[in-house]
Design a binder for this molecule. Structure first.
Ligand code: NDP
Length: 400
């Protein structure tokens, strides 16, 4: 019987919701490319309820305990004395989420001799040292596509909120003002702008599709080019490098995974090649940009705005400069964990566990590392190596 160690974010400060804002969430069974949404044999939760925080337990307890497995759920994940690090020693399966990542560094993997499966309840497994997982023969899997559309919607929201100066305008209303000139002196229309995505995978392509009706000029860069018919349908221009795309764009949205090739891709040199007054929207991973270069570019006006929901490390300490930099629309890492998305990633986590325990193959599209090599989606979208360096700084976070 296996010990499953599951790291989830904290419950709401006022406790689990007694009532929800809506009575249901749409039941999505298929994604745009034909892939089916998760298909576990059963679920023990009500879609639309809070599953991603500690008390929600991803709806897994009944299923795991009925099979004799042990489930430990905690939000205490950082530092050598954390529950996560103490429980690792005899754990076979770690479940973690990008929103509140339990960083599985090489040192931690070395302390977990029984660890066989690192499962991401979401998308993005950069919080695992993939090289160490490859070397140790640990399987890494994630619930591909479960929240890609959730993020694409968030990207569109953030683009509009930045370009139209929504957040400061809303603040004027709350302050009792009617300061139209203050609100509009940084407000523009999106129409006609050049918008480019770094990566046109599940999220990037969905962003392009959602932006097309705004009559913008679309651009993308990706290692693999979209089919010609899709390029034509979207009117999207492919660029061989992020640099050639960034130079012509008013808005760049980042939608690639974090791996050694993309770490700090948007550094000072790249940002300085962008048009003055461009915007960056990053819902992919904080480390794909250079933290301090973003702050300097906002302060100098080289960037007109920066928004996103991904930071490094996570949670970000109280003195992280992105909390206080000007012209930003940062949120904590929430775009992929709406209640709608939670129903899918909880079901996908259950599906992967059902396969694992029944010794049946996990869907190829869920695999990142398997059998000592990058596999499935991992072989397509990642490069081997490690992007967890510096994650120990997450221990500096203190609850607000
Ligand atoms: P996909 O695997 O569908 O797409 C990733 C795309 O990135 C692929 O098209 C891949 O190219 C491309 N890519 C990889 N490396 C590079 C590179 N060096 N330059 C250009 N393109 C590159 O994943 P999703 O679209 O679903 O998710 C993308 C990322 O978004 C995740 O890895 C995660 O980090 C982040 N994410 C964030 C969430 C949030 O809540 N904020 C939630 C979900 C995801 P190819 O395959 O052609 O080689």
């Amino acid at each position: 019987m296996a010990k499953v160690l599951c790291v989830l974010y904290d419950d709401p400060v006022d406790g689990m919701p007694k009532k929800y804002a809506r009575d249901d969430v749409p039941n999505i069974t298929k994604y745009h490319d034909g892939q089916s949404a998760p298909t576990p044999k059963a679920i023990d939760f009500n879609p639309g309820e809070l599953l991603g925080s500690v008390s929600g337990e991803l709806g897994l307890r009944k299923f795991l305990q009925s099979q004799g497995h042990t489930l430990v759920v905690t939000s205490d994940k950082d530092g050598p004395n954390s529950t996560f690090e103490r429980e690792l020693e005899d754990t076979e399966i770690v479940i973690s989420q990008p929103f509140w990542p339990a960083y599985l560094t090489a040192e931690r993997i070395a302390k977990a001799p029984k660890l066989k499966l690192a499962l991401t309840a979401g998308i993005g497994s950069d919080h695992v040292d993939l090289q160490a997982a490859i070397d140790r023969g640990i399987t890494v899997a994630e619930v591909t596509f479960c929240n890609s559309i959730s993020v694409a919607e968030h990207v569109v929201m953030m683009i509009l909120s930045q370009v139209r100066n929504y957040l400061p305008s809303h603040e004027w209303v709350k302050k009792g003002g009617w300061n139209i000139a203050d609100c509009v002196s940084r407000a523009y229309d999106l129409e006609g702008m050049n918008v480019g995505t770094v990566a046109a995978g599940r999220i990037g392509a969905a962003v392009l599709r959602r932006l097309k009706p705004f009559d913008v000029k679309l651009h993308y860069t990706d290692r693999h080019r979209l089919p010609e018919a899709v390029e034509r349908e979207l009117g999207a221009t492919w660029h061989p490098t992020a640099e050639s795309m960034a130079k012509v764009c008013d808005i760049v949205t980042i939608n690639c995974p974090l791996h050694p090739e993309t770490e700090h891709l948007f550094d000072e040199a790249m940002i300085n090649k962008m048009k003055r007054g461009a915007y960056i929207i990053n819902t992919a991973r904080g480390k794909i940009v250079d933290r301090d270069a973003i702050v300097r570019a906002l302060e100098s006006g080289q960037l007109a705005g920066y928004a996103g929901d991904v930071w490094f490390p996570q949670p970000a300490p109280a003195d992280h400069p992105w909390r206080t930099m000007p012209n930003q629309g940062m949120t904590p890492h929430t775009s992929g964990t709406t209640l709608s998305a939670q129903a899918r990633y909880a079901a996908g986590t259950r599906e992967i566990l059902e396969c694992w325990f029944a010794d049946e193959p996990i869907r190829d599209e869920y695999l990142i590392v398997d059998g000592g090599r990058l596999a499935g989606v991992g072989a397509h979208s990642y490069s081997a190596g490690n992007a967890t360096k510096g994650s120990e700084e997450a221990a500096r976070y203190k609850k607000a």
